[in-house]
Structures are given as structure tokens and as C-alpha cells.
Design a protein. Structure first.
Length: 261
């Protein structure tokens, strides 16, 4: 009886040297790609130094950016702190400064109106149609400047009842001035209308908003403000400016002194 012996496929022995050489070459290639030997003087290779320099530069840039962010945050906190700390001092000196300015204005007007009483009477009848206020401050803004407006509201511009109280007691009118979009009843106009309904601090101008129309917008603001309020001063600022009202009125007092002389 004959028995069959199970046989398995085995690589021929003549291929073993070639397989070993292939594995050896593959190992050398992998080692060259993953390991850079040091140079003859013991320093790391050029590729390693380049990678280390890139990592160092990247880490330095990140550190600089972090420090810059911290500096910006500190400056913002200092500014807000100075504004809030100075608000009490400004409130104390605001009434005194406004009273002094009003007295100086009254004296100046009395001296100018003495020669022509008829013209002064005509001006008085014209001005009686407009509310008498002390100063009108128009803040130039745009449709895309919602964050700037919120920053102004959070710092130096009162909101709600405080804004009305500032107008009623001190005669200070503060409004964001903005025109309309080129398209009638657009989404931009609806957004401003909604924001105005919430804060009630906008002055809508008969003007089409545009970057190249800023000079015309400023002229329209002053003409609109003069037609709406009888103010002693009309001021225009931008929405990226944070105003210290006490210092602002001190500067107005100096300006009035210069005009008189």
C-alpha cells in the first residue's frame, strides 16, 4: 500500500539571497529617511537644523502673537477702566463745565445781539420751532459696524433712560448717523430699523450710503442737525472713537474763548 505524503510550496533556496538583499536595501532606505546622522564635527545635520529653526521660528511667532494679544487685551481693559473710573469724575465736572460754557455763550450772545434787536427777534422766532439744546454729537457709522456701535454703547454713550435723561437735563444729544441703502427697503435698512427700535439712538439721513460719499454725508448731517435742533455746538465723530465727554466740553470752552478773541 502506498501512502501519499503532503507537500507544501516552499520558496526555492536560490531566491533566499535575493530576498535578503532586498530586505537589507529596504532597511537602509528607511533608515536614511528617518534618521539624519550628525556631521563630522558632532553637530546635527543640515536638515535637522533646518527643522529645528522652523520649529523655533514658529514657536517664537506664536509667543509674540500671544504677547501681542495679551497687550491688546490689557490696553482694552485699561481703556475701559479709565473710562469707567473717569466717568464719576466726568459726572462731577460735567455740570460745572456745561454751566460755565452756557454762561460764556449767554454773555457772548448778549454782546453780539445788542446792535441789532430786530434780527435777534427774527432769529428767536425761527429758533423757537426747534428744541433748544447744548450740543449735538453725531457718530458716523455704517451698516456693517454693529460691533463698533455696541462698543460705543458699552463705554461712553448712555443707553435707554440714561440717554433720555442726558438730553433732558444737560441738553446733550448723541445719535448714530446713517443714511439708507441704494435699494429701497433692503435687508440693511431693516436691520438698522430693528436696532433703532431697540436702542432709539439713530439719526436717519436722506443720504445713500457709500464710501465715496462720506463728505456729502457729513454735510447732510450738519444741515439735518441744524434743522432739527437749536444747539450751541454741533460735533461729528466716528464710531471707532471713544469720547471723554468731560474733556470734550473743556475743549469746547477753549474753542469758545478763541472765537471770542
Amino acid at each position: 500500500m502506498k501512502y501519499r505524503t503532503s507537500t507544501t510550496t516552499i520558496i526555492s533556496t536560490k531566491w533566499i539571497p535575493f530576498v535578503c538583499l532586498f530586505c537589507f536595501a529596504l532597511g537602509i532606505l528607511f533608515s536614511n529617511l528617518t534618521w539624519n546622522p550628525p556631521e563630522s564635527d558632532g553637530r546635527p545635520s543640515l536638515n535637522v537644523r533646518r527643522r529645528e529653526q522652523q520649529v523655533a521660528v514658529a514657536s517664537t511667532d506664536c509667543a509674540k502673537k500671544a504677547f501681542q494679544d495679551q497687550d491688546v487685551a490689557k490696553e482694552v481693559l485699561k481703556t475701559r477702566g479709565a473710562i469707567h473710573d473717569g466717568s464719576v469724575e466726568s459726572d462731577r465736572t460735567l455740570d460745572k463745565t456745561i454751566g460755565q460754557l452756557q454762561m460764556e455763550l449767554a454773555a457772548s450772545r448778549s454782546g453780539r445781539e445788542m446792535p441789532g434787536l430786530e434780527s435777534s427777534a427774527a432769529n428767536a422766532s425761527t429758533n423757537s420751532r426747534r428744541p433748544k439744546v447744548f450740543v449735538v454729537i453725531g457718530i458716523n457709522t455704517a451698516f456693517s459696524s454693529r460691533k463698533r456701535r455696541d462698543s460705543v454703547r458699552d463705554t461712553w454713550m448712555p443707553q435707554g433712560e440714561k440717554l433720555i435723561q442726558l438730553e433732558r437735563e444737560k441738553g446733550i444729544i448723541i445719535r448714530f448717523m446713517i443714511g439708507h441703502s441704494a435699494t429701497s427697503n433692503s435687508i440693511l435698512d431693516k436691520a438698522i430699523d430693528s436696532e433703532d427700535a431697540q436702542h432709539k439712538d439713530f439719526l436717519r439721513l436722506e443720504h445713500i450710503e457709500g464710501y465715496h460719499e462720506l463728505s456729502a454725508k457729513t454735510k447732510i448731517f450738519f444741515s439735518t442737525a441744524v434743522a432739527k435742533w437749536d444747539a450751541d455746538f454741533y460735533v461729528k465723530v466716528d464710531d471707532d472713537v471713544h469720547v471723554n465727554l468731560g474733556i470734550c466740553f473743556c475743549n469746547l470752552s477753549i474753542l469758545l474763548f478763541i472765537i471770542e478773541f
